[in-house]
Design a protein around this ligand. Structure first.
Ligand code: IMP
Length: 451
């Protein structure tokens, strides 16, 4: 679609706080790539892909699975909940989608165990309700999918379980016996967990899950390098989004992996310089789920209107998303960190019908100074006031647009302002959920495919 021969390997990454509509872009770009690779996160992510009348919600499996001739890889940087993964495989199979050797899972990907989910929820409860009175609510608003505790075990090493461990029952059992004793004590300290975790029961259950997933488990680092040597092109599918990156996001209100493109080398074993093109995805406005600073938030009727028009409810948890004006300070920072070479602006149709639209181009700090630099620290970002430009809105419905040059003048001006401020071209504009409702380099995607 976008000159794949010049840039064989592409990354797709969210430039805001997630839910930018990456699934649709991954789905569109999949046609031009051979191998679709997840490198971070786990079942906290959710991609919705609309194909004709069918809507698919995927959490762990790359949406490339919807194409029978593509290879999908879950890289070593992902944390895998085997039960959720099997559910996803079975649901797809029930809808006629084949999941066999076309799905490969790294033997080094870490496993999300049931106690990780218990720990995630218990910690959130403790940090929320129990500390609120003394220190304010410190809960992160996680998806409670066990992501943080699973990555914590990865970093702690001695208590971690990897996908490859599920294939060796004796080894798994011996590790779980130690881990479960420690974990029971930790859960008890949080006021939950009686009776103690049963290591043998967990070993039986997870060895059975391992047996079921065995045909998919492989050394994906060699598999990916073999694919590259064979001339096949890779598409890296980022989960969550740059501003939730553990190192570069709004810490501590972030997730526990490197969701920016900087996570690709570590999470797949493919060096960063191999990635020729980075498509950064941004909504035409901003949203955020869970707690954390959000300078342009519209906690009012306008925010509610955007939420309803954009169907801004979480794919993974169903939670209503917080909505606000487009924050270009944040987007420009993410584009810089991710090395974005192009931008896809999604949900553009949602802004139709507003008298005026606003774009944040700087922050005013508590001492009155103004900066156009992002502040990747929740505590400091909390106290900024957005400095916004106001632009005329457009009343026309743009969901049938076929040509960027024929969009209402105000809509074109909005896109041009993004390009000027961020310094990266808006290569793709999405004006609705369908594959065809996409303008690529200014024209309908379907038309381009035949050009
Ligand atoms: P966790 O990843 O479940 O630990 O959640 C940490 C934070 O990241 C919470 O604010 C979540 O709402 C947010 N988060 C994690 N994954 C996504 C995503 O895919 N989209 C939007 N927010 C997410």
């Amino acid at each position: 679609m976008i000159h794949p021969s010049r840039h064989p390997h592409t990354a797709i990454v969210g430039l805001q706080w997630g839910d930018e509509g990456k699934g649709k872009l991954v789905d569109l770009l999949t046609a031009d790539h051979d191998v679709i690779v997840r490198y971070n996160g786990g079942a906290n992510a959710g991609h919705t892909v609309q194909v004709g009348a069918e809507r698919y919600a995927l959490h762990l499996i790359p949406s490339g699975i919807l194409y029978p001739d593509k290879q999908c890889v879950i890289g070593n940087g992902v944390v895998v909940d085997p039960e959720k993964l099997i559910q996803e495989i079975d649901t797809l199979a029930g809808r006629g989608i084949r999941v066999a050797e076309n799905l490969c899972i790294s033997d080094r990907a870490h496993v999300v165990m049931p106690y990780h989910k218990e720990q995630d929820a218990a910690l959130e409860e403790y940090l929320g309700a129990k500390t609120a009175a003394e220190r304010g609510n410190l809960a992160i608003g996680t998806t409670r999918r066990g992501i943080g505790p699973a990555y914590a075990d990865k970093i702690r090493r001695s208590t971690a379980i990897r996908m490859g461990d599920l294939l060796d029952e004796d080894y798994l059992r011996s590790r779980l016996r130690v881990t479960c004793t420690l974990r029971t004590a930790e859960l008890e300290a949080l006021g939950v967990r009686t009776p103690p975790l049963d290591a043998d029961a967990l070993a039986d259950r997870y060895a059975a899950l391992g047996a079921r997933l065995r045909p998919h488990v492989a050394d994906t680092v060699y598999a990916l390098h073999d694919a590259v040597r064979a001339g096949r092109s890779l598409l890296f599918e980022g989960a969550n989004a740059s501003l939730l990156d553990i190192d570069h996001g709004t810490f501590p209100f972030v997730t526990s992996s490197n969701c920016s493109t900087l996570g690709i080398p570590a999470g797949t074993g493919i060096p960063g310089h191999a990635i020729g093109r980075v498509l950064g995805i941004m909504k035409a406005y901003s949203t955020r789920v869970g707690a954390g600073p959000f300078p342009t938030e519209l906690d009012n009727e306008l925010g509610q209107r955007i939420r309803e028009r954009g169907r801004e409810y979480g794919t993974t948890t169903g939670r209503p998303r917080r909505c606000g004006w487009l924050d270009l300070v944040a987007v420009r920072y993410s584009a810089m960190v991710c090395g974005a070479t192009g931008i896809a602006c999604t949900l553009f149709d949602v802004l139709s019908g507003l008298d005026e639209v606003r774009i944040c181009t700087a922050y005013r700090l508590a001492d009155g100074t103004v900066t156009d630099r992002f502040i990747p620290d929740a505590h400091r970002l909390e106290s900024v006031t957005p400095v916004c430009e106001t632009m005329p809105g457009w009343s026309e419905d743009v969901s049938d647009a076929t040509d960027r040059q024929r969009l209402p003048a105000a809509a074109q001006a909005y896109l041009e302002r993004i390009e000027r401020f961020v310094g990266v071209p808006v290569d793709v504009v999405s004006v609705g959920p369908e594959r065809t409702q996409t303008l690529v380099h200014g024209r309908r995607a379907a038309a381009l495919a035949h050009a």
